[in-house]
Design a protein around this ligand. Structure first.
Ligand code: ATP
Ligand code: MG
Length: 797
């Protein structure tokens, strides 16, 4: 029997630690996926895996899988379907949803939709995935952290290769903080040479020939050897160490194959292009190939490709860096029109066309100058919001207090939504402050200066300053994505405001204004947030943004709805991509649920509902959720009725019920339980879905007396009867809300006690019967209630 798996994670053969670690990390994102391989693991990876297979979980041979059962294939560390062995045909099957994570540059291959391809620039792909795990606060086991660290070490030459960035270093630090074991890293990173390796290394060293490349040297080392299981790439590393070669190509024939490894630290020499001549690949600094051939033939091919693998960087084609979507205009366009168009153009300039040929370029400054306004300052070049801040009279004491205590800190800033709202001229907004330094100590000083008090959250390194009559300032330490909280930062370290802004959701929320001394009012806007604010554009800061944190999809829709903005095309495509990659999640995470609720709470809901559907999030959360036209109409009626009948019910409860209305009753409760909304809320939402249609049926079936109506409607009021009324107009239900719901007895349990009825279940029963009679108009005032109560007590005696 072959094994059935709907989701499979895989990578290329001769799997190195970076690919291996990336698969383990990807499994944290796709917890139901099976890791399967068609090729073999590199020796050190295999040794590591064998020893820890129990703890790391199974890796299945692709040949054991029922390939027809695969619905989603997640390929890491390669965009070449041909390197996936048997899984190639799964990758090429259009009915399979393919997802790719790779870091070798280039474009998405034909077999994966561009929006489902994550193509990063990190030196190690593990760095990219660790960044996502860190941002999602997914905790690895120490052993996983060890594997991740090995992946980063291997692909960055322990952080020494050119192209390595602080992201790799921070990702590695994150692994160590999560228990990566240094002894294991050392043991597996440099596996001691076995005898055969030593022999082969000797042969290769003896064979070295230097080849001139643009004033540098490429060392070529070749050998023929009996087929044996060893890592040529490992030997290449040793050779580079021994020869200090700037560039090295190794060819080893082990019949019937030739293994090729290329390393290059010469910027003009592209290792991948060289290995590509033998059908392999990799990146500019390191690449490999394995081909059925002889040494002589492989050597010829490699040397033949040398010329074309050398890039003359001084002639690098501009198309590599140009932007393909350029806004254009005609020569006769009026200035006002240009101004609007410039607002929407992401590059801030527009090409002017005559007869479809570019004859010039206009920029914002050109237009402003022509309109007689001073050209705006370049972003970051001293734009000041000092005037705007001074105009906020109520906050002057806060600005003064911060100025007085900010000296010891590298930077103190207003950040995020606060800056956005000030620029929008909003009257009410939260005051969020980010500090380059210790937030809690700044908060304490600020509270002293303001005569307020501090509520500190030491675990998160955040604090709230409460002052005066209801004044409030939130203070956080600037942080980077690799730290769950600034409290986890080494005490001497803190992120800069730029790093802090980089991990925020959208450009319009990624601005800061300095509050420090002579810097007061300086706008920090590294991503063009102000321009997007003027253009009404919601734009992410980088391509991984939604994958890092899918709650941002809800946030984007919420801002669209609230501000009348729109995501730009690229951002929207990334949002859909995240959904299509299956990376949104089922709302069991508290943050996701809170953002959905925040979204539904901010009416009017029609735009939000439409967008949930357009981006596909409704189905991603639960396959039976329906953010359709009917939901929009239903919600509109619910809102109108809520207003008209002055019913007190939170918007989000109506929103959730409208979305969930097609869930089968037995699924509703389970789903709401996973959402972990409060029990009393869950019961009302579920009743709106399940009880309301029954109520409608009952009302259709014929006359109903008041008492029965109340008995049906009351237990889940107001949600279920309100929902029923929105489903179908009903005079009875309107009466329920207008009159019956408020009907209460004038007599109480105490009155019954006076009439001689002691504490017992009878008290409740008699009160219930009295209310029934009152609802049906049989009682009229306190005296008649007492009279009826006396009779009922006598009857039951
Ligand atoms: P609101 O007016 O609804 O409070 P806000 O922009 O202030 O909007 P908050 O949820 O209060 O939003 O968050 C404050 C700031 O923190 C945001 O402006 C944004 O910079 C950042 N932020 C919040 N949530 C995220 C997130 N999920 N990802 C990245 N940055 C976020
Ligand atoms: Mg806020």
């Amino acid at each position: 029997m072959r094994m059935r798996a709907e989701e499979v994670i895989t990578t290329h053969g001769n799997t190195d630690f970076d690919a291996f670690a990336s698969m383990l990390a990807a499994r944290r994102l796709y917890p139901n996926a099976v890791i399967a391989l068609a090729g073999s693991l590199n020796r050190n990876v295999r040794d590591f895996y064998r020893l820890h297979a129990d703890e790391l979980g199974a890796i299945v041979e692709a040949s054991r899988l029922d390939l027809g059962a695969i619905r989603r294939l997640i390929a890491v560390d390669t965009t070449h379907a041909g390197r996936l062995g048997e899984l190639e045909r799964v990758a090429l099957d259009p009915s399979v949803e393919t997802v790719v994570f790779d870091h070798h540059g280039g474009e998405a291959p034909g077999w994966v939709a561009p929006e489902r391809a994550v193509l990063s620039e990190d030196a190690a792909l593990t760095t990219t995935l660790v960044g996502v795990l860190a941002e999602r606060e997914l905790e690895p086991t120490p052993l996983e952290a060890t594997a991740f660290a090995l992946g980063i070490h291997e692909d960055t030459g322990s952080l020494t290769y050119s192209g390595v960035s602080t992201r790799d270093a921070e990702a590695l630090a994150w692994c160590l903080r999560h228990g990566a074991n240094q002894d294991l890293i050392t043991a597996y990173l440099q596996p001691p040479l076995i005898d055969e390796e030593r022999t082969l290394l000797g042969l290769l060293l003896d064979s070295i020939e230097p080849l001139p490349v643009r004033g540098h040297e490429l060392l070529l080392a070749t050998a023929v050897y009996e087929p044996i299981d060893l890592s040529v790439s490992h030997l290449a590393t040793k050779l580079v160490d021994l020869t200090d070669a700037k560039a090295l190509a190794v060819l080893v024939e082990m019949a019937p194959r030739v293994f090729c490894v290329v390393r290059s630290r010469i910027p003009e020499l592209n290792a991948a292009a060289l290995a590509g001549a033998l059908g392999g690949g990799g990146h500019a600094q390191a690449a490999s190939a394995s081909v059925k051939s002889t040494l002589a033939q492989a050597r010829r091919q490699l040397l033949g490709a040398l010329e074309s693998a050398v890039r003359d960087l001084s002639h690098a084609p501009v198309k590599g860096i140009m932007s393909a979507r350029v806004a254009t205009t005609g020569e006769d366009a009026p200035l006002a029109e240009l101004q609007t168009a410039l607002g929407a153009a992401s590059a801030g300039r527009i090409a002017v066309l005559r007869d479809e040929k570019v004859v010039g370029v206009v920029t914002r400054s050109d237009v402003l100058r022509a309109l007689g306004q001073p050209a705006e300052a370049r972003p970051g070049a001293g734009e000041s919001l000092a005037g705007e801040l001074a105009a906020l009279r109520g906050l002057q004491p806060v600005w003064d207090a911060i100025a007085a205590v900010a000296e010891p800190y590298d930077g103190v800033y207003l950040v995020g939504g606060t800056v956005r709202d000030i620029l929008l001229g909003e009257a009410n907004f939260d005051v969020d402050v980010a500090v380059e330094g210790d937030a809690i100590s700044l908060a304490n000083a600020l509270a002293d200066a303001l005569g307020g008090r501090v509520r500190a959250h030491h675990k998160f390194g955040t604090a709230v300053v409460l002052y005066g009559g209801g004044g409030r300032v939130d203070v956080v330490t600037a942080r980077t994505e690799f730290y769950e909280s600034p409290a986890a930062l080494p005490t001497v370290e803190h992120a800069t405001i730029r790093e802090d802004l980089f991990r925020r959701d959208f450009t319009i929320n990624a601005m800061a204004v300095s509050l420090k001394g002579d810097d007061f009012g300086r706008l920090v806007d590294p991503f063009g947030g102000r321009r997007d604010l003027e253009a009404g554009r919601i734009r992410v800061l980088h391509n991984l943004s939604f994958i890092d944190d899918p709650t941002r999809i809800f946030r984007a829709i919420r801002y669209e709805n609230r501000l009348g903005f729109r995501m730009d095309e690229h951002t929207e495509r990334l949002a859909r991509g995240c959904v299509e990659m299956g990376l949104v999640g089922d709302l069991s995470s508290e943050r996701l649920r809170n953002e959905l609720i925040a979204l539904l709470e901010e009416g009017p809901g029609d735009h939000s509902i439409v967008r949930l559907r357009e981006i596909g999030v409704d189905k991603a959360i639960h396959s039976h959720l329906a953010a359709d036209e009917e939901a929009v109409e239903l919600l509109a009626r619910l809102h109108a009725l809520r207003e008209e009948l002055a019913i007190d019910v939170p918007e989000w409860r109506l929103g959730l019920a409208a979305l969930a209305r097609k869930l089968p009753p037995d699924e509703v409760y389970g789903w709401l339980e996973r959402l972990r909304v409060r029990r009393s809320d869950a019961e009302r939402i579920a009743a709106a879905v399940t009880v309301a249609p029954k109520l409608v049926d009952r009302l259709r079936a014929g006359t109903i007396d008041n008492a029965e109506l109340v008995a049906l409607a009351d237990p889940y009021a107001p949600d279920a009867p309100l929902f029923a009324l929105a489903l179908e107009e009903s005079e009875e239900l309107r009466r329920y809300f207008r009159e019956l719901r408020g009907v209460s007895l004038e007599v109480t349990g105490a009155d019954l006690a006076q009439l001689g009825l002691g504490e017992s279940p009878r008290v409740g029963e008699i009160l219930g019967e009295l209310r029934r009679r009152k609802l049906n108009g049989e009682l009229d005032g306190r005296d008649s209630e007492l009279e009826a109560a006396r009779e009922l007590i006598a009857e039951s005696a």
